[in-house]
Design a protein around this ligand. Structure first.
Ligand SMILES: [Zn+2]
Length: 247
């Protein structure tokens, strides 16, 4: 597919099949980790747990136990253990597919493969999904909006509105994005919103898609000071929709 077509489809996706969520009375912050590298659960999650907070992990089971630019990845046993620690396991396709490279049918079948493995571990069916690479088309958004309660992208919020079918999220990557996040946290007390952060590996020498423990701690400290409530995606969604959270 030509890159201009990709860009057009990605941009169009922001304006179609929208489902704007209610704005919370007081700001909510969600932390999520994608894929998922072992350092996120061994280093990142304990930092959140020290605050009594829980995160959402968007797992692509096909990446389990591989070693790539994000470092070694968690095993399926780790996925089950993280769920038992109270974190939410959400879907990210089995093979970390890019919708621009495969058919919608192949993409949907790959999601079901991921779900089958997660449910085989004794986990509940995932209610939330993140588009791998943040790549989305109007057709995919339409296909997934009934399959999951929320669908997360990788675009920073331009307002306090959140489209459940293409949720905004801020990167916690290198120093520049950390500074942007720190600035955005300052708006939480004046403008109630559901702010979603995401990253990958958490290491002293992270990939370009990850962050250092020091920078994650800076964000945690700022969020604590802001007074915002920290919730998993499903807890926040259920709170906004006033439904029972996933157990
Ligand atoms: Zn990913």
């Amino acid at each position: 597919m030509k890159s201009l077509t990709r860009i057009f489809k990605r941009r169009m996706s922001r304006f179609v099949e929208k489902s704007i969520l209610p704005t919370p009375a007081e700001s909510i912050v969600t932390f999520s980790f994608d894929d998922c590298p072992l350092s996120a659960i061994e280093t990142g999650l304990p930092m959140l747990e020290a605050e009594g907070w829980r995160a959402t992990i968007y797992v692509a089971c096909g990446l389990c136990e591989i070693d790539n630019h994000l470092g070694p990845h968690m095993s399926l046993d780790d996925v089950a253990a993280v769920h038992a620690r109270g974190h939410e396991i959400a879907d990210h396709t089995f093979s970390h597919l890019n919708i621009m490279d495969v058919s919608a049918d192949a993409f949907l079948a790959n999601i079901e493969k991921n779900q089958k493995i997660l449910m085989g571990l004794g986990l509940p069916a995932s209610r939330h999904f993140a588009y791998p690479y943040g790549e989305v088309t109007p057709a995919l958004k339409r296909a997934l909006r009934k399959r999951f309660k929320t669908l997360r992208g990788v675009i920073s919020p331009a307002s306090t509105a959140q489209d459940a079918n293409l949720m905004n999220a801020m990167r916690l990557y290198s120093d520049g994005t950390i500074d942007d996040a720190m600035t955005h946290i300052e708006t939480l007390s004046q403008a109630p919103q559901w702010l979603h952060f995401f990253t990958h590996d958490v290491r002293d020498a992270p990939s370009e898609y990850g962050c250092t423990p020091k920078n994650l701690q800076r964000i945690i400290d700022a969020v604590r000071t802001s007074g915002a409530q920290v919730m998993t995606v499903d807890q926040a969604y259920s709170h906004l929709r006033q439904r029972e959270p996933l157990s």
